[in-house]
Design a binder for this molecule. Structure first.
Ligand code: S3P
Length: 163
């Protein structure tokens, strides 16, 4: 099980798909499973039920996926803030894709699909999460100014060293 964590715009989905191709494993994005299960989009869930309800559902979905067959699993940028999720991530290989705040904002600018972009004090959320990502990571790769292919190669090289 390889789990990708990092802030919005870190490239978890793009890099995860590349890794899945290289490693011959299925790729799953927890946000997609949440949407399938609830029959609603992530922004809809935030708007109708609020963020705490989304976080509870996110935790449930991720635990279910971690209990299943091996995957490359990209989780939402806030997933690792849930203590129960963090606990469960302790048994997985967790890849932290690092992205600077400014670059993350450039990558996701104007994306209406990301309700957290409307959150005041998002920079504070970002800073708080850095410690959380570092805590769960078994390996860390920088992404600023790099193409997803280079990031994916870097992850693969590090995985060989830390099987
Ligand atoms: C969130 C990130 C999103 C999604 C939701 C909340 C966050 O996933 O789970 O909008 O709190 O940072 P991505 O990190 O894939 O954008």
């Amino acid at each position: 099980m390889i789990v990708l964590v990092g802030f919005m715009g870190a490239g978890k989905t793009t890099v995860g798909q590349l890794l899945a191709e290289s490693l011959g494993l299925p790729f799953v994005d927890s946000d997609h499973i949440i949407e399938q299960r609830s029959g609603r989009s992530v922004p809809q869930i935030f708007a109708e039920d609020g963020e705490p309800a989304f976080r509870a559902l996110e935790h449930e979905v991720i635990v279910g996926l971690l209990d299943g067959p091996d995957l490359i699993l990209a989780v939402g940028g806030g997933a690792a803030e849930h203590p129960g999720t963090r606990e469960r991530l302790a048994t997985a290989q967790v890849v932290y894709l690092e992205v600077g705040y400014a670059e993350a904002m450039l990558r996701v600018a104007g994306d209406e699909y990301r309700p957290m972009l409307h959150r005041p004090g998002l920079d504070t959320v970002y800073r708080r999460r850095l410690g959380v990502y570092r805590e769960v990571a078994t390996l860390t790769v920088a992404t600023d100014g790099r193409r997803p292919e280079a990031v994916s190669q870097d992850v693969l090289a590090q995985l060989v060293r830390t099987p």
